[in-house]
Write a protein that binds this ligand. Structure first.
Ligand SMILES: NC(=O)c1ccc[n+]([C@@H]2O[C@H](COP(=O)([O-])OP(=O)(O)OC[C@H]3O[C@@H](n4cnc5c(N)ncnc54)[C@H](OP(=O)(O)O)[C@@H]3O)[C@@H](O)[C@H]2O)c1
Length: 310
């Protein structure tokens, strides 16, 4: 009788997915998307007693990461935890290095020790933006501290665990359920609601991805045993950040005259590449997911607007 029960339990057990950085913008969406496919274990650095089910971890501390892995025993890990604010990384390079490089080094070492598969979210900022269209094999040349930390983390991960997956988005659009994350749309909606003018670069081009499609790609990609190496994710075409912001404002029902085009560098703003168009054929071939045009991505990213009053 006991034996039959345990066989049954084993049959219904889903693989265990640890999401590190689960309270951030992408993490919140990924957890919802991954639930059906995985037994999901969220982890982040600031967890209070009321947040049952979320594990505390500081990825800059090897011991903290090791303890988390002992508790969760993950089959797979998605690493989202980072200092994701590009300008903050420029102001605090030591802290950026600690979180964005030493953190991933600690996580990949624990993955290697426990035999867990790793998916790391990197960034288009590993490129200098001087080329029209980047393939996965193009040589990185970061312009900012943030970009350099992401490139260094990619190299450390590929060295320790070459079977890891590295996903590079250029700009992720969507709403976060909580304030204080890296979600650009929450900040934009807030400024527009307050009637403020929003300045957006007219000379920086990006091919965005909406957070729902990105989460779907991550959840599916990490299930494919043969998938490894770098994957670019983004829309088929790119738009200037000004044009993108103007369309987003319009889509949220605001006057697009609130969005002001801006060119040239701004004091305190870290260097950004001009053209980040990440060519995403590999992801289409591997998962069959096509994010569509930048316009399609913008339209999908506005889905959560009605509920976002943060
Ligand atoms: N959003 C985008 O447009 C975009 C584009 C390209 C790449 N990415 C990359 O995608 C990943 C996820 O981005 P996101 O937009 O979701 O960023 P996010 O909203 O800033 O989320 C990152 C999460 O990691 C946590 N964290 C920071 N330091 C930690 C530490 N030492 N230990 C454990 N957790 C820590 C953060 O907590 P605190 O907030 O308390 O610090 C936050 O909850 C990042 O690697 C980012 O660089 C994002």
């Amino acid at each position: 009788m006991m034996r039959a029960k345990s066989l049954n339990d084993a049959r219904i057990q889903k693989p265990r997915l640890l999401v590190v950085g689960s309270k951030g913008f992408i993490g919140q969406h990924l957890i919802n998307k991954a639930q059906g496919l995985w037994d999901v274990f969220p982890a982040d650095c600031q967890v209070d007693a009321s947040e049952q089910g979320t594990f505390p971890v500081d990825i800059t501390k090897a011991e903290s990461v090791r303890e988390l892995f002992q508790k969760v025993r993950p089959d797979a890990v998605v690493l989202l935890a980072a200092m994701s604010d590009i300008d903050r990384c420029e102001e605090h390079p030591d802290q950026a290095w600690e979180i964005n490089v030493q953190g991933p080094e600690n996580v990949v070492r624990s993955c290697a020790e426990t035999g867990s598969r790793l998916l790391f979210v990197s960034s288009a900022a590993v490129f200098d933006g001087t080329q029209h269209g980047y393939k996965e094999e193009d040589q990185p040349h970061p312009l900012s501290t943030y970009g350099r930390t992401k490139h260094q983390a990619e190299m450390a991960i590929s060295k320790v665990l070459p079977s890891s997956i590295i996903v590079r988005p250029a700009l992720v659009l969507g709403f976060s359920r909580s304030a204080g994350t890296n979600a650009f749309l929450n900040r934009l909606a807030q400024a527009l609601r307050e009637g403020k003018a929003v300045h957006a670069p007219a000379d920086e081009y990006r091919n965005p991805i909406d957070v729902t499609t990105l989460s779907k790609i991550i959840a599916e990609l990490i299930q494919i045993p043969s998938a490894s190496g770098i994957f670019h994710v983004g829309s088929l075409d790119s738009l200037s950040r000004y044009e993108m912001t103007r369309q987003l404002a319009e889509g949220m029902g605001f006057q697009d005259s609130q969005v002001i085009p801006q060119t040239g560098s701004k004091p305190g703003r870290a260097a950004r590449g001009k053209a980040h168009l990440l060519l995403s054929e590999r992801i289409l071939k591997t998962c069959g997911i096509q994010p569509g045009t930048a316009h399609d991505v913008i339209r999908r990213s506005l889905d959560g607007f009605a509920e976002s009053s943060i």
